[in-house]
Design a protein around this ligand. Structure first.
Ligand code: SIN
Length: 525
């Protein structure tokens, strides 16, 4: 299903994964929650999928040393829960469980695996609202958008359930009369799946769905900022009949978990969504045991508005791409390139639209812009904005922390940007729209491609020849033409250049979890 979530809905200040996290010896209790959030937490608690322990070999377990880590509500800073803070030992046990479970799970028929995945999908959809509440509570995105993420996330399970039955091999016409040649597709083995906080559910299902469909087993390491959704999803997988050990979840000490996954010869694949810096480390770390890797890394999406664009379509598309998840997606427009002839009209129409975006706690009615994930994220936005302003950029709207305090930031527009400013070279990962002026199509393409990133790009034009020309010229894995929301389970998601390796979703996403085996049979005449 095409993801049509509300304008506010994340990528690459997903710094947290594999960066240092501190475990503390604490009781595993929620405390200090305000009444609204308490109600939600209480409802979730009674739902049976509010889990705080890790999942290893089908058992919910505490960290072996009893350590826990706090999960906070980014809208208030309050502690939602203390979850198990795990490290090397727990990860090694999770890997062993996944390795043992692989022996039987990979022998399940495709139809049997498909049924488990379909049941998991059904359970997630049946609990859509509550899972959405959990996402809002720990990640901050507005509830409507969070529920949209649940449907989006579940769609990868439904799609994988269907694709499980279509893993075909090949028969190759033999060059010799007494030989028969064919190709088998077989599961890669144990997969380490490292996922970010911006889509606490969807980035898990987009990896685990095809992995399970192919016959692989997984050790998931969710972001320490948003483990509750991952644990809830794992509980629902268990309820759906996914056998013990097929899905394991460990979280806490990110460097230890990452290192254990990389060092193990039993883990045959690492799939990661997160920052380019961490992706590079994983790629280097995977070399030691020559693992397969899929990396969905940072973007720096250009969004080009040509003079011949339909302005309403361009505004809607730009809002959708830029302000989804308060600008915290890897496919968010990071540089808005506007052609000279339409620049002033576009800037003023965009300002009119952006000033109406309601900011607030994701549980409040009408809110489309939630808080940023944490203080570090706000500081990054501030630093990039100050740098741009010191080099001549002008603030048209917003430009500072929101009166609500905490990590709320005003939806912002800045103009007079050039492609050399830090704000154009790095992912802003916040609600800041930056406007660059250009004159010709060639100039726009050259600015758009002048980056090491290559995940998503967007452009708006009513000229049919131009739409082909520009779509072909952009060096990106994903191109939105007259559209700002492009993510769907049926199409391949992934980037070129330093934005990553491999694709997720679609029939192509399955290949990432399959090995090809060539079989040559002789003496057949
Ligand atoms: C991401 O930000 O990594 C994922 C965005 C999407 O799936 O649309």
């Amino acid at each position: 299903m095409m993801m049509m979530i509300a304008q506010a809905s994340i990528c690459k200040t997903r710094l947290p994964s594999l960066l240092s996290t501190t475990c503390m010896l604490q009781p595993r209790l929620s405390r200090q929650l305000s009444t609204g959030a308490n109600d939600v937490a209480a409802r979730l608690n009674s739902s049976g999928f509010f889990r705080t322990q890790g999942l290893i070999g089908g058992k919910w377990v505490d960290a072996y040393a009893g350590k826990t880590i706090e999960v906070n509500n980014p809208a208030t800073g309050e502690v939602i829960a203390n979850v198990a803070c795990m490290g090397t030992r727990e990860t090694n046990d999770a890997i062993s469980s996944a390795y043992d479970a692989f022996k039987s799970w990979s022998k399940f028929t495709a139809a049997e695996r498909s049924k488990c995945l379909r049941k998991w999908y059904d359970l997630i959809m049946a609990n859509k609202e509550q899972l959405g509440e959990l996402i809002t509570l720990e990640q901050g995105k507005p509830l409507k958008e969070a529920i949209g993420e649940v449907s989006y996330g579940a769609s990868f399970l439904e799609f994988s359930a269907e694709e499980a039955k279509r893993v075909y091999g090949d028969i190759i016409p033999s060059p010799l009369a007494d030989r028969r040649l064919f190709v088998l597709k077989q599961p890669v083995g144990v997969v380490g799946a490292i996922t970010p906080w911006n889509f606490p559910l969807a980035m898990i299902t987009r990896k685990v769905g095809p992995a399970l469909a192919a016959g692989c087993t997984v050790v998931i390491k969710p972001s320490e900022f948003t483990p509750l959704t991952a644990l809830a999803a794992a509980e629902l997988a268990h309820q759906a009949g996914v056998p013990p050990g097929v899905v394991n979840v460990v979280m806490g000490n990110a460097p230890e978990i990452g290192d254990a996954l990389l060092a193990s010869t039993q883990v045959r694949k690492i799939t990661f969504t997160g920052s380019t810096a961490v992706g590079k480390k994983l790629m280097a770390g995977a070399a030691g045991t020559v693992k397969k890797v899929s990396l969905e890394l940072g973007g720096n999406a250009p969004c080009i508005i040509f003079d011949d664009a339909d302005i309403e379509v361009a505004i809607k598309g730009t809002l959708g791409s830029k302000f989804r998840n308060s600008g915290q997606t890897c496919v968010c427009a990071n540089r808005i390139l506007v052609q000279d002839g339409i620049y002033d009209k576009f800037a003023s129409a965009l300002a009119d639209a952006v000033k109406n975006l309601k900011v607030g706690d994701g549980f409040s009615e009408g809110v489309v812009q939630g808080p940023l994930i944490n203080e570090a994220a706000v500081q990054k936005v501030e630093t990039l904005l100050q740098d741009a302003v010191s080099k001549g950029a002008k603030v048209l709207l917003g430009g500072k922390r929101h009166d609500l305090g905490f990590t709320f930031y005003e939806p912002t527009i800045i103009s007079d940007i050039n492609n050399e400013m830090r704000i154009s070279r790095e992912e802003v990962f916040g609600p800041v729209a930056t406007l660059l002026r250009f004159k010709t199509e060639d100039e726009a393409i050259s600015i758009a491609n002048d980056t090491n990133a290559g995940l998503a790009a967007y452009f708006f034009s009513s000229n049919v020849q131009r739409t082909w020309r520009v779509a072909e010229a952009l060096e990106y894995g994903i191109v939105g033409v007259n559209e700002g929301l492009v993510s769907t389970e049926v199409a391949p998601f992934g980037g070129v250049k330093q934005s990553g390796l491999g694709r997720e979703g679609s029939k192509y996403g399955m290949d990432e979890f399959l090995e090809m085996k060539y079989v040559c049979m002789g003496n057949m005449s």
